[in-house]
Design a protein around this ligand. Structure first.
Ligand SMILES: Cc1cc2nc3c(=O)[nH]c(=O)nc-3n(C[C@H](O)[C@H](O)[C@H](O)COP(=O)(O)OP(=O)(O)OC[C@H]3O[C@@H](n4cnc5c(N)ncnc54)[C@H](O)[C@@H]3O)c2cc1C
Length: 331
């Protein structure tokens, strides 16, 4: 890319999109970030209602690569992330109830909610929320983007980066290179039902989170065991990929009963309130580690990033956003 200031649109304000946008903006370019929902965070989200809060997407993250470890250290110094020191285990039998501790690598969470990290990064950007990009086309002054919410084209830009899940990227097949569409179509995304449940009192249980490998559930976690969480006790229950895939078109309220029954088998408690959220595209399974975790076409001035091009996790989303920005800047 030339050293002159260019206009760039990034579509999707999850971690990959904000990471890419911030790096491009730091290099001196005019970046606008379009997000279809009411705020940035994507799948690193936290639901709040009244005085309660619960992380209903990503639960925590680990840091494997050196570059990401250095980034996590910076976020920690800035008070954006903390180590999650909790009693985390794995269920070995629901009846009779048995579990073992699962130490694992250092687990990090954003504070005071999982969405806080991306929101804080997005605060430094020109973020346009409630803007669902449906189409892009070449105009005389560059790329024209159209949204579901506006009748006219958004301001023209020289470059466009898509930072959205693979199944949503395929809607742009008329303009994106066909190998990208093939790669996106071949990437598996598992759905996930996330049930959020609340209690008047903290639960007297010997664990804060459990991996569960049988029945409808795959994971349960006490939100208040994470640093910075306030308000009444809440738990997040994730349905397994298999159960979610089989039931994804069913009514969520009907499924709550099955999810709560499985939770009660383990904990013997019933919540005082419940909510349910459907993640149609939750966990991606990249086809293979294919070198560069981002796509870039210098002639078309189009790029793509997202966790599904890396390792399907938070670290991968960050790595992909960084890689995409580097490709754009190198031209
Ligand atoms: C239930 C669940 C549990 C998870 N658990 C973990 C975990 O414990 N640890 C871990 O590391 N990872 C976990 N993950 C995965 C992790 O959340 C993701 O890897 C990461 O957040 C992906 O970031 P991203 O920026 O690539 O995509 P996203 O976060 O999906 O961001 C994409 C953004 O694009 C927006 N968008 C989509 N289409 C358009 C459009 N047309 N126009 C405008 N905006 C659009 C979306 O609204 C979204 O905000 C979990 C995910 C889920 C759902």
């Amino acid at each position: 890319m030339t050293q002159t200031k260019q206009s760039i649109a990034v579509v999707g304000a999850g971690l990959a999109g904000v990471t890419c946008a911030l790096q491009l903006q730091s290099a001196g370019h005019a970046v606008v970030l379009y997000e279809k929902s009411r705020g940035a965070a994507g799948r690193m989200s936290t639901r709040r209602d009244g005085d309660w809060q619960a992380d209903h997407g990503a639960q925590y993250f680990t840091a494997r690569g050196d570059a990401f470890k250095a980034q996590v250290d910076q976020w920690a110094s800035a008070g954006l992330v903390s180590t999650w020191r909790a009693r985390i285990g794995e269920l070995t039998a629901a009846q009779p109830f048995q579990w073992v501790a699962k130490p694992g690598p250092t687990r990090y969470v954003a504070t005071p909610g999982m969405n806080s990290l991306v929101r804080s990064m997005a605060n430094q950007l020109n973020l346009q929320i409630n803007t669902t990009i449906t189409r892009i086309e070449r105009g005389q002054e560059g790329w024209l983007l159209y949204s579901k919410e506006q009748d006219t084209a958004l301001p023209a830009v020289q470059f466009v980066v898509f930072a959205i899940p693979a199944p949503q990227l395929v809607a742009f097949d008329s303009v994106l290179p066909s190998p990208w569409i093939t790669q996106a179509s071949q990437t598996r995304f598992d759905p996930c039902w996330a049930s959020l449940v609340g209690f008047q009192q903290p639960l007297d249980l010997p664990f804060d989170a459990l991996f569960i490998n049988e029945g409808p559930l795959s994971w349960i976690a006490r939100n208040h065991s994470k640093p910075g969480r306030t308000g009444p006790e809440t738990w997040t229950l994730h349905a397994s990929p298999e159960f979610s895939a089989q039931t994804i078109e069913r009514d969520g309220q009907d499924l709550q009963t099955e999810i709560l029954t499985a939770f009660a088998q383990i904990t013997t408690v019933q919540p005082v309130w419940t909510q349910i959220h459907k993640w149609r595209y939750a966990l991606s399974h990249p086809a293979a580690e294919s070198g560069e975790p981002a796509l870039w076409d210098a002639q078309m001035r189009l790029g793509v990033c997202g966790d599904w091009l890396a390792d399907g996790r938070i670290e991968g989303a960050w790595r992909s956003g960084q890689a995409c920005a580097t490709l754009v800047l190198e031209g």
